[in-house]
Design a protein around this ligand. Structure first.
Ligand code: MSP
Length: 514
């Protein structure tokens, strides 16, 4: 089965920031999980390169738009390589394959009678690339999001007849599966209940855009072009740019993961466009929350933007992945706090999980000839730690596909806490001093190491580097296939040699602000 998922296609007006890293890491965890579950995954990311915002950014730098796009696109793709993002596609909306797709799609909408010409006037925010037509917004001389002056626009445009989709969109969003998390649905319900209005899909004064076929002088509105990037990405499999092929190669997307600010485009405009073109709508749109830093909105003005390069260099991928996925409920807003970041990484990963493995492996090596203990078959089928381990596996397997990464991370951590508690209660270091308890000690050490093995496997999608290091300490490798089989209790081979223990997670010591 194909499982396709997407990050937003990031604007190339500026360098990547923590927000883009956040979404991409979450998608990467989901993609890795689905691969382990045996799905044929197509994980799509990429960049959105047209429109006035980007044209203006290039102008201010005195370079051509395409040179600017090439530069920032490369920053994104290099960054994802260095963060070990496992994307299958990286789509650029300036790619030669994208234009014929956008034009063919438009022609379908036009043939279906959903395109008209019309007059559009109103306040426009170039940074949002959006008319601010809500009464509350329209009065504001500044964009309420970007705090920059709105620009008055009065032009002839092509319109997409969104109003014709009122009922179909109402039915779509009434499906509780479609918009996630549930808390975000209300906003879209209100917007749709206000009555859907046709929206303009072309511009006459923007040269940095794709030409609309049959309408000289018009270029496509950047959002019309950008959303279609998801389809171009899927079709970028070596085959023809043919909309009729999509059903066989992963369309509809299983989930579009986006920030809450662009939910309306994905949950209303995009499905209507697809319906018009006779294509299925995405199965789910997940709108995650926004990140602040130490309680403040991140922005150039405040000088508090967190640079993903610095984060990567000073902290490494595992620490950042763990912190973001474990501390913030995906879907809700979150705050990046440096002290808490260090505390969680050090407590959860270095102390709780790392030390559990380290001390248990050390005891096993010390008392059982540098090997795993030679345990009885009973322990491999039954032990007090078996049930909590199985419950953890179940919780992780339910949470990640629902994008509840925090639940998954907490479940794994809980298992480590439980195994640590068990070890402390049984106190093998005392038992070992009393004759005749060697077997019991061996059984318990084996069981705790078995928990560690499962923890290592379950961490694979969340913190892949740490996962490999944990498994390597047990002479195991991450599973590429056969995850389900590997997750069964009792797979460690008794008596097998154990490598010399090494810390699996370096403590994070950040003396200066990131
Ligand atoms: N180009 C459009 C998306 C087109 S999708 C076909 C776009 N790009 S963006 O670069 O401006 O934003 C990309 C994503 O970053 C959005 O999902 C947005 O919500 C997210 N974020 C921007 N700032 C953010 C935070 N501070 N925190 C979390 N995510 C944030 O919109």
């Amino acid at each position: 089965m194909t499982y396709s998922l997407t990050t937003p296609l990031y604007y190339v007006n500026a360098k990547p920031h923590l927000g883009s890293v956040y979404t991409t890491l979450a998608c990467d965890a989901l993609a890795r999980f689905q691969r382990l579950e045996g799905q044929d995954v197509v994980f799509i990311t990429g960049v959105d390169e047209h429109g006035q915002k980007i044209q203006r950014t290039a102008e201010t730098q005195n370079i051509s738009p395409i040179d600017h796009c090439d530069r920032i696109s490369a920053l994104y793709s290099d960054l994802w390589t260095r963060w070990h993002i496992s994307n299958d596609r990286f789509v650029r909306t300036t790619s030669p394959r994208h234009l014929p797709l956008v034009q063919a799609f438009f022609q379908r909408c036009e043939a279906a009678g959903h395109i008209r010409t019309g007059h559009q006037e109103g306040w426009y925010c170039v940074d949002c690339e959006e008319f601010k037509d809500d009464p509350a917004d329209a009065k504001a001389p500044d964009c309420p999001i970007h705090r920059k002056p709105l620009e008055w626009r009065d032009e002839e445009n092509l319109f997409f007849c969104l109003s014709q989709f009122q009922e179909r969109i109402e039915t779509l969003i009434a499906d509780p599966q479609f918009i996630a998390p549930a808390s975000r649905r209300r906003e879209i319900e209100n917007f749709v209940a206000g009555g859907l209005r046709d929206f303009s899909i072309s511009r006459v004064n923007v040269s940095w855009g794709l030409p609309v076929p049959g309408h000289p002088g018009h270029t496509f509105y950047v959002w019309f072009d950008a959303l279609l990037g998801y389809l171009t990405a899927l079709l970028d499999d070596g085959g023809a740019v043919d909309l009729d092929r999509l059903a066989d190669i992963g369309w509809p997307a299983d989930v579009h993961v986006i920030g809450k600010d662009i939910l309306r485009f994905h949950a209303v405009y995009w499905p209507a466009m697809l319906m018009s073109a006779g294509l299925p709508v995405p199965k789910r749109v997940f709108g995650h929350g926004f990140l602040t830093r130490e309680g403040q909105k991140m922005g150039k003005a405040l000088g508090n933007v967190l640079d993903p390069e610095i984060l990567l260099e000073r902290c490494g991928t595992d620490a950042v992945r763990w912190y973001l996925l474990r501390d913030i409920q995906f879907g809700e807003d979150g705050d990046f706090q440096q002290q808490r970041f260090m505390d969680l990484v050090n407590n959860d990963l270095a102390n709780t999980i790392g030390n559990l493995l380290n001390r248990t492996a050390s005891m096993s090596r010390k008392w059982f000839e540098a090997s795993l203990p030679p345990v009885s078959p009973d322990v491999r089928s039954e032990h007090p730690l078996k049930q909590p381990t199985e419950q953890t596996i179940e919780r992780v397997r339910q949470s990640i596909p629902a994008l509840a990464f925090q639940d998954a991370a907490e479940a794994v951590l809980q298992l480590a806490i439980e195994a640590n508690g068990y070890l402390n209660e049984q106190a093998p270091w005392s038992l070992m001093k009393q004759p005749g308890h060697e077997e019991k000690v061996g059984d318990d050490l084996y069981a705790v190491l078995e928990c560690c093995r499962v923890i290592g496997l379950l961490l694979q999608p969340l913190v892949p580097g740490l996962s490999s290091r944990i498994l390597a300490q047990l002479d195991q490798r991450p599973s590429d296939d056969g995850w389900t089989q590997a997750l069964r209790w009792g797979q460690l081979e008794p008596g097998v040699g154990l490598p010399k223990p090494e810390p699996v997670m370096q403590r994070l010591e950040l003396e200066s602000p990131l």
